[in-house]
Design a protein around this ligand. Structure first.
Ligand SMILES: O=C(O)/C=C/C(=O)CC(=O)C(=O)O
Ligand SMILES: [Mg+2]
Length: 220
């Protein structure tokens, strides 16, 4: 059997754990209260999409939003990981989009239903190349940006996160054991907005990584 390579973690079939409302400005723009504990939800591995393939608008949505986020790739699994050793569990990072069918999410919220169809559909997690840990010495201080058709829509810094990467690893692992190859999406800064078929999305983490995706509507 050939050894698996963490730099292609999206092929491993591991879970994607997402943190919501982790930036006060984004919580406010969607008229949500500032959380006192992390808000968590999941995406399946089938949500991954890589550059060269399109982001597909779900047929049931007419308000698909981009959310640019720092992704943390787990290199060593664990349960109830203390904050003090949490960074030892990180293999690296990735730039991710948490594509969100906002109309469906609003409907689910109003009915008290889970966000699965709003957040976990195929291609809802565009992901960049793997970024080795050494390239981001402080995940609590990197700038994220996203443009749609060359227009800047999101620009934020992970220093604005309410809950830090070590805190999130520790908090999540109290409830959901982390495994090698898991990905944590750490939440989005303000500026989320709708995308349409044929739009071109470009996003980056400073000059560390950049990625491009086209939006398409499936024909079935
Ligand atoms: O509560 C809402 O209306 C929306 C929350 C989100 O979509 C949360 C995120 O995914 C995020 O903050 O990144
Ligand atoms: Mg998000």
């Amino acid at each position: 059997m050939t050894a698996r390579n963490i730099s292609r973690f999206w092929e491993w079939g591991r879970k994607i754990i997402c943190v919501g409302r982790n930036y006060a400005d984004h919580a406010k723009e969607l008229k949500n209260a500032i959380p006192t504990e992390p808000v968590l939800f999941l995406k399946p591995p089938s949500a991954y999409v890589r550059e060269g393939s399109p982001i597909l608008v779900p047929l049931y949505s007419s308000n698909l939003h981009h959310e640019v986020e720092l992704g943390v790739v787990i290199g060593k699994g664990g349960t109830a990981i203390p904050q003090s050793t949490a960074m030892e569990h990180v293999a690296g990072y990735a730039l991710c989009l948490d594509m969100t069918a906002r109309d469906i999410q609003d409907e689910c919220k109003s009915k008290g239903l889970p966000w699965t169809l709003a957040k976990a559909f195929n291609t809802s997690c565009p992901v960049s190349d793997f970024i080795p840990k050494e390239r981001i010495p402080d995940p609590g201080n990197v700038k994220l940006w996203l443009k749609v058709n060359d227009q800047l829509r999101q620009s934020g810094c992970t220093s604005q996160m309410i809950f830090s990467v070590p805190y999130l690893i520790s908090y999540i692992s109290d409830f959901i054991s982390l495994e090698e190859g898991d990905l944590i999406l750490t939440g989005t800064p303000e500026g989320v907005s709708a995308v349409q078929e044929h739009d071109e999305l470009q996003a980056g983490i400073e000059d560390i990584v950049m990625m491009n995706f086209k939006v398409e509507r499936p024909d079935h």
